[in-house]
Ligand binder design. Structure first.
Ligand code: IYR
Length: 231
């Protein structure tokens, strides 16, 4: 890039945008193909224990971290767990909370709503999947002097990154599900995270079990989810 193309605003360099555009036909074809690919994504709860190269996991996380974030603070940490003992510890702690939730905390109507997912307090995927990715949100950061630095729109930023992580997992031909044991502060302890980090989402990642089945769910139609205010 030629330095004459760089401008400075508030002392910060702005360089030419390098994204590319497509013809309307190409756009139509690409957006349709991508939709059709993403429409095959499903939350899968039964995993094969087949190994996945860690470099694939690294690429998936790098993709998630391309997400926009409030003031570009990137308020996230992705913890990648493949160590058998830690997965076992996480499963034990998660199932303890889930057992309480399913037997005491969740309302009957909530459990009724969950019937299609056929879930219960048992979470074997926490040990069977080769990787657990635990996303932590950073409520605030510390600078080099140990002073607190503010982050912005943390939930929105981390939620977008989580969506992009799920997209990247699917695009690689792997499967995941969004697991939210509640409460999940045990993850902060087990993974020894600092006090500015809070667990946000736990995603087991791997190949689906050969016999994996998913509920026959239907997605809402475009008419049900979108309103066009056209001229
Ligand atoms: N966290 C529990 C319960 C659960 C809640 C919802 I809302 C789901 O869509 C699925 C599960 C669990 O992981 O089983």
């Amino acid at each position: 890039m030629d330095s004459k193309d760089t401008i400075t605003i508030h002392g910060f360099n702005h360089v030419p945008f390098e994204g590319r555009t497509y013809s309307e036909n190409e756009m139509l074809q690409r957006s349709k193909a991508f939709y059709e690919e993403m429409n095959k994504r499903r939350s899968v709860r039964t995993f094969s224990n087949q190994e996945v190269p860690v470099s694939v996991i690294e690429n998936i996380i790098k993709t998630a971290a391309t997400a926009p974030s409030g003031a570009h603070k990137q308020p996230w940490t992705f913890c990648v767990v493949s160590q058998v003992e830690i997965k076992k510890e996480i499963r034990k702690a998660a199932e303890k909370e889930e057992y309480e939730s399913y037997t005491h905390r969740m309302s009957e109507s909530w459990k009724e709503d969950l019937k299609p997912m056929a879930t219960d307090w048992n979470k074997p995927f926490l040990e069977n999947a080769p990787y657990l990715i635990v996303i932590f949100k950073k409520a605030f950061d510390y600078d080099e002097e140990g002073q607190k630095v503010q982050n912005y729109y943390v939930n929105e930023s981390v939620g977008i990154a989580a969506g992009m992580l799920i997209t990247a997992i699917h695009q690689a031909g792997l499967v995941t599900l969004t697991h939210t044991p509640s409460p999940m502060n045990f993850l902060q302890k087990i993974l020894d995270r600092p006090d500015n980090e809070r667990p946000y989402l736990l995603l087991p990642v791997g190949y689906p079990d050969k016999k994996a089945k998913v509920p026959d769910l239907k997605r809402k139609t475009l008419e049900e989810i979108a309103v066009f205010y056209a001229k």
